[in-house]
Every structure is written in C-alpha cells, then in structure tokens.
Design a protein around this ligand. Structure first.
Ligand code: 13P
Length: 350
C-alpha cells in the first residue's frame, strides 16, 4: 500500500511563490568553506570560522534587506550559526521576511568515462539531511551541478547532471518511508532550486551556448517529469545565454535577453513560478543590466536573480574585515540589491 502524507505540498507552492514575489530576488551566500576562504583571502583575511561568521553576520543583519531580497541561500555552517549576540541567523532572516535556504549538494568530482567533466555528489542521506534542515528553519534547497561547453559537453555528462538534479528535486519535495509493508510518502517540504550551471568558460559564440542550454534544459525537464516533481513547487537557477567568456565579440544586454528568453520559452513550462539567474562571473553592472533587459516585456514567469558574486563583490572590498566598515559595506549590499530589484521590475536605469 502507498499512503501519501502530503502535509507540505501546499506549503511548497506557497514558499516558491513568496520567493518569486515582484521586485524580489535571492541573496546567495552558500559558498562552501573552501570557496568562502578564496573570497576572504581576496581581502587579506584568513579562512577561519570566526571570519566566515563575521562576514555572514554583516550580510544577514543588513537593515531593510527584506525590501529587495525574498530568500537567502546558506551553507550548512551558517544555517546553524548565530550572531555574536546569540541570535540565530535564521531568525534574523525571518524578521526581514526572507526565506532561509540551504545548499545541499556535496560538490563536484571527476566523472569517469567523460571528456574531463564532472558530476555532483550528495544524494546519499539527502532525505534525512533535508528533514533536519527543515527543522532548523530552511524552506528551500539548492543543488548546483555544472556543464562545460569547451569539454563537450558529452551526452554522459548532460544525462548525469539532469538525472542528479531530478532525483535531488524529488527528494527535497518528498521522501519515502517504508514501515511494515506500507510505503508512506512523506513531504520534506523544501522547494528545490534546480541549477545546472552552464559555465561561461570558452571562446564559443552565443548561438553555441543557446544550443547547449536547450539540450541541457530539455533533459532536465524530461527527468523532472519522470520523477513526478511538482513543477509549481520548484525554482530554476539558470545561467544567462551569453557568448563564451573568451569570445571577442561581446553581446549587448538586449541580445543576451533575446537569446535567454528564447531558450526559456522553448524549454520551461509556465507552471514553474520563478527563474532566478546566477551571475556566473559577470560584473555587478552586467548582471543588473542583463536582468533588466529580460524584464522589458511580460513573460510567463518571475524572472529574477539569485546572485552571489554580483551582490557581494563590492561589499567584500568595502568591508576588508574592519568593524568600522560594516555600515558602508551593508549600504553597498543594499544598493546592489535595490538595483537588481528594479531590474526585476524592468525599471532599472544606470
Ligand atoms: P554566482 O552568482 O557568483 O555565479 O553564484 C551562483 C551560485 O550558484 C551561488 O549559489
């Protein structure tokens, strides 16, 4: 017998909708300890728990952040941390009406049999970890895998990326418990952000990025459907369709918007509530202008941002680890968040 204990399916849809609300986007601060260390060392700071906590405290206690930010993706360490005054970071977010999220993948490793490509680990134990994260206050999850254009991508790498994302999305929404011949489908209650990042690296033209993105998203949606994922209860985190980073011919925001929206319209059902782009190494201004260009005409989804670097670069440079710079760094964060909020509404002007 199969019993469906769907306590959270309504909640999943509501969570996704509240993150995808007008003029709002996601602040991604879910860098792993290793990646956070690279960011800290760029301003001369050591990669210690104290420094990571101080930096995340600066970001998460920015007054007024909830005016522009509806969700924040945290790394596991941050989900369990508090401010130096002992207030849980999760509570700081809730006070600003920001939904806490959690990175659940365990990172990339080489994919044997491929063209020097990688695959993303983290499915083992994911159901029980997700239940714990829910208890800690997380309401959405993120799994980032990558696809490399210069390395192919091979059919194997695309299939593995798509299948892994679909299994993760299904487990985030629902898990299966077997108790004495009865199969109970329990909801985990986390809205999965589906992120197959197509890396910017390479000297290919924008048409090649479009071709690869269409292939990747076709396969992702094929497996999402096969795994019975509730489309109304997911969010996407795509790369924008741009020329490769080493391609001499650059594209205008209007061209990037045209190619990216073409890809989305061909591949993404309107049941999906939100498309939250990653910045992928674009400058802060490029990421804002490209998002603004995409919101010049109506489209079926909430088209917004889930930026890490394009929200944090100036903040980090302003802070430099000095307590007297915290206020100025928080102002820098608010100014980037506001610019992207306006871009979400299509009303940003430089
Ligand atoms: P960037 O915006 O720096 O590309 O980060 C994206 C990301 O996946 C972080 O969650």
């Amino acid at each position: 017998a199969v019993i469906r204990a769907g306590a959270y399916s309504h909640e999943l849809v509501e969570t996704a909708k509240s993150i995808a609300s007008p003029g709002h986007g996601i602040l991604a601060i879910d860098e792993s300890n290793a990646t956070c260390g690279k960011r800290l060392s760029s301003v001369g700071l050591d990669n210690t728990e104290v420094n990571r906590q101080a930096y995340r405290q600066l970001l998460l206690t920015t007054p007024g952040l909830g005016e522009y930010i509806s969700g924040a993706i945290l790394f596991e360490e941050t989900l369990y941390q508090s401010t130096t005054d002992g207030k849980k970071f999760v509570d700081c977010l809730r006070e600003e009406n920001i939904v806490p999220g959690i990175k659940v993948d365990k990172g990339l490793v080489p994919l044997p049999g491929s063209n020097n490509e990688s695959w993303c680990q983290g499915l083992d134990g994911l159901a029980s970890r997700s239940a714990e994260y829910y208890k800690q206050g997380a309401r959405f999850a993120k799994w980032r895998t990558v696809v490399s254009i210069p390395c192919g991508p091979s059919a194997l790498a695309v299939k593995e990326a798509a299948w892994g994302l679909a299994r993760y999305a299904s487990i985030s929404q629902v898990c299966v418990c077997v108790c004495v011949c009865v199969c109970v489908l329990m909801d985990n209650g986390l809205v999965p952000i589906v992120e197959p990042e197509i890396l910017l690296d390479g000297d290919h033209p924008i048409e090649r990025t479009l071709e690869v993105a269409e292939r990747v998203w076709a396969e992702v949606f094929y497996y999402l459907a096969e795994n019975n994922v509730i489309f109304e209860g997911i969010l996407l985190k795509p790369s924008m369709v741009t020329p490769g980073a080493e391609q001499k011919e650059r594209a205008s925001p209007e061209t990037i918007a045209k190619y990216t929206l073409t890809m989305l319209k061909r591949r993404v059902p309107p049941a999906v509530p939100g498309i939250m782009f990653l910045s992928g190494g674009q400058s802060e201004m490029e990421a804002t202008l490209n998002l603004n260009a995409m919101n010049q005409s109506p489209n079926p989804w909430h088209v917004s941002f889930s930026y890490a670097r394009a929200l944090q670069n100036t903040v980090l440079k302003t802070w430099q680890g000095h307590p007297e710079n915290i206020e100025a760094a928080q102002k820098a964060l608010l100014s980037r968040a506001k610019a992207n909020s306006l871009a979400q509404l299509g009303s940003y002007s430089a």
